[in-house]
Every structure is written in C-alpha cells, then in structure tokens.
Design a protein around this ligand. Structure first.
Ligand SMILES: *[C@@H]1O[C@H](CO)[C@@H](O)[C@H](O)[C@H]1NC(C)=O
Ligand SMILES: *[C@@H]1O[C@H](CO)[C@@H](O)[C@H](O)[C@H]1NC(C)=O
Ligand SMILES: *[C@@H]1O[C@H](CO)[C@@H](O)[C@H](O)[C@H]1NC(C)=O
Ligand SMILES: *[C@@H]1O[C@H](CO)[C@@H](O)[C@H](O)[C@H]1NC(C)=O
Ligand SMILES: *[C@@H]1O[C@H](CO)[C@@H](O)[C@H](O)[C@H]1NC(C)=O
Ligand SMILES: *[C@@H]1O[C@H](CO)[C@@H](O)[C@H](O)[C@H]1NC(C)=O
Ligand SMILES: *[C@@H]1O[C@H](CO)[C@@H](O)[C@H](O)[C@H]1NC(C)=O
Ligand SMILES: *[C@@H]1O[C@H](CO)[C@@H](O)[C@H](O)[C@H]1NC(C)=O
Length: 469
C-alpha cells in the first residue's frame, strides 16, 4: 500500500515538475496552482512529513499550504537542522492571529484570508506555537465582543477583535475595573457589574455610606482584604432615585453625625475597633482611610481616638475581645493558619486574674486577663515577705507555700486531708511560718515580724528560739 502511494506521488510530482520547470516558481501561474492543489490533495490523504520531504527534494523552493490548518504551510526552502517539537520538517506557522493566504503564498492579516476547507483557528491556544508544552495560558475570545473584556471577577482584561485575542492587561489602580472599554473606577460601575456604585432605586432622598456589598465578596483585590468597602473616603447622595457619588477631599473622611466629609477621625457603625482616619493613606489590608486601634484599644466617639477599652462605650458597635479577632492580627496570621498558636492566648472564657502562659514551658510566666481581654504578659515576681518565687495560681502570682503540693510540683503547702484542725509546722520551712488546717483545707500563715512558730504552743511567739534551715 505504502509503496503504491509513493509511486503515485512521484508520478504526479514528475508531471508537475515539468510544468514548474518551464515556469518560474514564485509567480502564480496555472502550473504552480495545479501543483499546489495536487500536493494538497495528496497530503490530505497520506502521511504529510513523508510526502512533503519527498516533494521538497524535487522542488526545493516550493511553498505548500497545509491542507488541514489555515495558519500552517510548508516552505521547501526552509530546512530545519532540528525540527521544533510542535512543527514538522519544512513546516511554518504564521504568527497569531495571521493566516496563510493561498493567494499571496504568505501569512496575511486574518481578515484578508479565505481559508476554504482549511480549518481556521481563532484561539491563540489552537496555534501550535501557543500550546507548545501541552500547556497554554492564553485567554480565549470566542463569543466575546470586540474591545476590552473583563476577565471574570478580576481587574485583568483581554482585548478581543473578531474573536481573536489581540491584547491583555490589567487596570493599574486597585479600585478600577475594565468596564465599557476602559479602566473605570468601581464607584462608577453598578454593583450588578462588580462595581461599587450602589443603586438609589427605592431609597429615600438622602446621604448614604458605601456599605459593604455582597457583590464584593468575590473580589480579593489589593487593599480590601476583609471586604470592608469604601466606607471612609466616599459617600453617595440619592435624589429622586438618581445617584451622585462624592469622593471625600484629601485629609477628610466621612462623618456619620454630620453626613459630610470632614477632617478628624470618625467612627464606623459596625465595629468598635475600626474607624476612619484621614491620616492613614496606606491601604493594606484595609481600604483607603480605614484604620484599626491596636489591641485591646477601641475607638472612642467621645475623644475621637483609640482609648483604653475600659473608657470606651461601644453602644451598638461590635466589640472584639480576643486579639485574634482584631483584623490586623488576622491579616498578619493569614498564612500561619491558626492565630492562636502564635498569639499569647484567649481570655474570652477566663475570669479576671493571672494564668500560666499558654505557650510557654516557663512556669513563672503569666498572662493577665481583665474583662475578657488579655491585658498583660509577664513573669511572676519573688514574694518579698516569704522570700520565694511566685507562680500563676488561682488568678494571682502566688508564693510556693500557698500552693498545694498536690496541685503543682513546685507547691510546698502540705495537704490537710485526714488531718485534724489546727496549726502545723512546715517541714520545708521550720520557723517563720506555719500552716493551718481547717475542715481539711490548708492555709499558709506567716508569723508577724520578730515572732516564730512555737511547736509546743502551736502559735507564733517572740519567746521561742529558732533558726532557719
Ligand atoms: C510519517 O513519516 C515520517 C517521516 O518519514 C515518519 O517519521 C513518521 O513516523 C510517519 N508517521 C506516520 C504516522 O506514519
Ligand atoms: C521560505 O524560506 C526561505 C528561506 O528561509 C525564506 O527566504 C522565504 O522568505 C520563506 N518564504 C515564506 C513564504 O515563508
Ligand atoms: C488587520 O485588519 C484589520 C481590519 O482591516 C485592521 O483593523 C488591523 O489593524 C489589521 N491588523 C494588522 C496587524 O495589520
Ligand atoms: C492626596 O494626598 C496624597 C498624599 O499626601 C497625595 O499623594 C495625593 O496626590 C493627594 N491627592 C489629591 C487629589 O490631592
Ligand atoms: C486619630 O486616632 C489616632 C489613633 O488613636 C490618633 O493617633 C490621632 O491623633 C487621631 N487624630 C485626631 C485628629 O484626633
Ligand atoms: C486600662 O484601664 C484599666 C482600668 O482603669 C487599667 O488597669 C489599665 O492599666 C489601663 N490600661 C492601659 C493600657 O492604660
Ligand atoms: C522564666 O522567664 C523569666 C523571664 O524571662 C526568666 O527570668 C526566668 O529565668 C525563666 N525561668 C526559667 C525556669 O527558664
Ligand atoms: C489576687 O490578689 C489580690 C491582692 O491580694 C486580691 O485582691 C485578689 O482578689 C486576688 N485575686 C484572685 C483571683 O484571687
């Protein structure tokens, strides 16, 4: 079968050879045209590479359109020493989106080429060059209108022309999106189109803050990691159902109480630790002019600044008590996963007092909780009166003689269970103190200055001789 086909090829090529030899190749003569039609037909029937190499050997300057794909052709004058993986010997691909014209025998603007039975690819990824390693990142324009087209839910865009990809890009400013053929401020794009321009339909005349909109949930764009929205540097007016967007001037933010943009900090309705600060110009992770008080401070509407939470009345503004619920902390820990493991601890369910540090093996380190906030981290001091190290125990830094031996390895207060009520001598501390048993409960007692524990009378006395071990 193969031998038969080859002999036909050679026969046809010989016939063509006569025609071509009498006429110069690069003119579009009937001879060259019939040769091309012939070879194209043959190629469509058989193994291209074999046939092409055979033909090119005889006609070393021939140009042959690829029978299947309109952007490909064979150039017999071009012999690869090493054939590119996505091509074959003598095969050339037009630059996207050009196509090979049988009329001019070269690549032309795709608008000028008639492909006939050859397949015309519109996607850059269908060109062999665009899809070399089996992976292609170029966007498709199939079905898209001409011009700038937004890439779903992002500020990137592609530019399409007759379903070909002719450009790609992204809007420079974080609050811009490709819309109506240009990079447009989100404030001028309706919410339904992914923008921030709210609708005044059904709203009373008046002034409104840009509320957080669910349409924004999909945008993880730079500067609004938490989808807070442009709550501080702009507002909008509704008048007879028509919207006017107002951008606050530099150095001012929206104030709810006066419904205007003014200098000075202003509070936000949903949060007690977030506020608007005209001085804050960096935008990561919050939108322009949104700021957060450092934990555990909150924003005071009275003083217009961050204050000790004990001084702030939050009213209906949501109050966060745990450092991991402050957004700045959340943001800083966004890659670590669990904020708890990198932050000192959570006082949400603890009474006021000191507790062992949850992340340290050092037994003297403590955290202090106050009104369910962590307000201090520290190291329990030496107790001067007892002259021993203190440890976090039952809400206070407590010296070792007041900590039961049964509750901690460093405790020195013996157990009173199954002991009669009365005073007893510390075995580890003979003279200046004793412990009392009362109904099975032990208490450490320090003898008053210049007195010592008398084993006989079981009281502190100045008339007893004693020396410390
Ligand atoms: C086509 O011909 C080329 C060159 O002779 C050869 O390397 C290739 O294996 C052939 N392909 C098929 C599918 O026969
Ligand atoms: C064919 O290849 C030759 C040699 O590389 C080159 O000069 C010529 O321009 C090519 N023609 C086309 C149409 O690609
Ligand atoms: C291709 O043709 C179209 C329509 O005529 C034209 O707008 C475009 O600029 C041409 N492209 C090139 C690269 O010449
Ligand atoms: C607002 O102030 C910033 C920082 O001072 C400055 O970069 C920016 O150009 C100013 N914008 C306008 C509109 O004045
Ligand atoms: C705004 O709040 C910050 C943080 O408390 C404070 O440093 C700043 O002075 C306040 N600005 C004014 C004008 O009160
Ligand atoms: C906050 O107020 C409480 C109670 O008045 C006080 O104990 C604490 O030291 C204050 N904290 C700061 C950081 O000022
Ligand atoms: C515990 O931490 C304190 C303060 O950093 C330090 O002085 C002390 O030596 C530490 N104790 C131990 C047992 O490491
Ligand atoms: C801690 O000690 C202080 C002073 O002795 C005392 O007022 C307070 O009640 C103690 N706290 C707890 C939780 O026992």
């Amino acid at each position: 079968m193969k031998v038969l086909v080859l002999s036909i090829v050679l026969c046809c090529v010989s016939a063509g050879a006569f025609l071509v030899q009498t006429q110069p190749l690069h003119q579009s003569t009937p001879g060259q045209q019939s040769l091309q039609i012939l070879t194209k037909t043959l190629l469509s029937l058989t193994n291209h590479s074999a046939v092409v190499e055979e033909i090119c050997r005889v006609y070393p300057t021939l140009i042959i359109p690829h029978p299947g794909e309109c952007q490909l052709y064979y150039n017999c004058s071009l012999t690869y020493t090493s054939v590119p993986a996505h091509l074959e010997q003598h095969m050339v691909e037009c630059n996207y989106p050009d196509l090979f014209s049988e009329k001019t025998n070269q690549c032309e603007n795709f608008t000028d080429v008639c492909c006939g039975a050859r397949t015309e690819f519109k996607d850059k990824c269908s060109y062999r060059h665009g899809n070399q390693n089996g992976y292609c990142h170029f966007k498709s324009c199939i079905g898209d209108p001409d011009g700038m087209v937004q890439i779903f839910n992002f500020h990137n865009f592609k530019i399409c022309f007759k379903e070909r990809l002719v450009g790609e890009g992204s809007c420079k400013l974080w609050f811009e999106l490709p819309y109506k053929g240009k990079c447009t401020s989100r404030l001028d794009i309706p919410v339904s189109k992914g923008g921030l321009m709210p609708s005044c339909t059904g709203k009373n005349d008046g002034i409104y803050r840009f509320d957080h909109s669910s349409a924004l949930e999909n945008f993880l764009y730079y500067g609004d990691y938490f989808h807070i929205g442009r709550v501080c540097d702009a507002y909008y007016k509704c008048l007879g159902g028509t919207i006017t967007v107002v951008k606050c001037e530099n150095g001012t933010v929206f104030h709810m109480d006066s419904n205007t943009c003014k200098p000075g900090n202003s509070s936000l309705p949903n949060s007690c630790q977030l506020y608007c600060n005209p001085e804050k110009t960096s935008i990561d992770p919050f939108p322009v002019n949104v700021d957060e008080c450092p934990y555990p401070l909150q924003f005071s509407e009275t003083t217009g600044r961050c204050e000790n939470f004990t001084e702030v009345a939050c009213g209906t503004r949501k109050e966060e008590k745990y450092t991991c619920d402050y957004l700045e902390t959340k943001y800083l820990n966004r890659h670590q996963g669990n904020c708890y493991y990198v932050n000192p601890g959570d006082c949400l369910h603890l009474n006021d007092g000191v507790y062992p540090h949850p992340h340290s093996k050092n037994l003297t380190l403590f955290i202090r909780c106050y009104r369910n906030r962590l307000v201090e981290e520290g190291n329990c001091p030496i107790d001067r009166e007892w002259g021993t190290q203190t440890y976090p125990y039952k809400g206070n830094c407590t010296h070792r003689f007041a900590i039961s031996t049964s509750e901690a390895s460093y405790g020195l207060l013996p157990s009173c269970s199954s002991m009669q009520d009365g005073n007893y001598q510390f075995r580890t501390r003979p003279c200046d103190a004793y412990y009392r048993c009362e109904g099975g409960r032990a208490t450490a007692v320090k003898c008053p200055e210049h007195t010592y524990y008398d084993v006989t009378s079981r009281r502190c006395s100045s008339a007893v001789a004693c020396y410390r071990v």
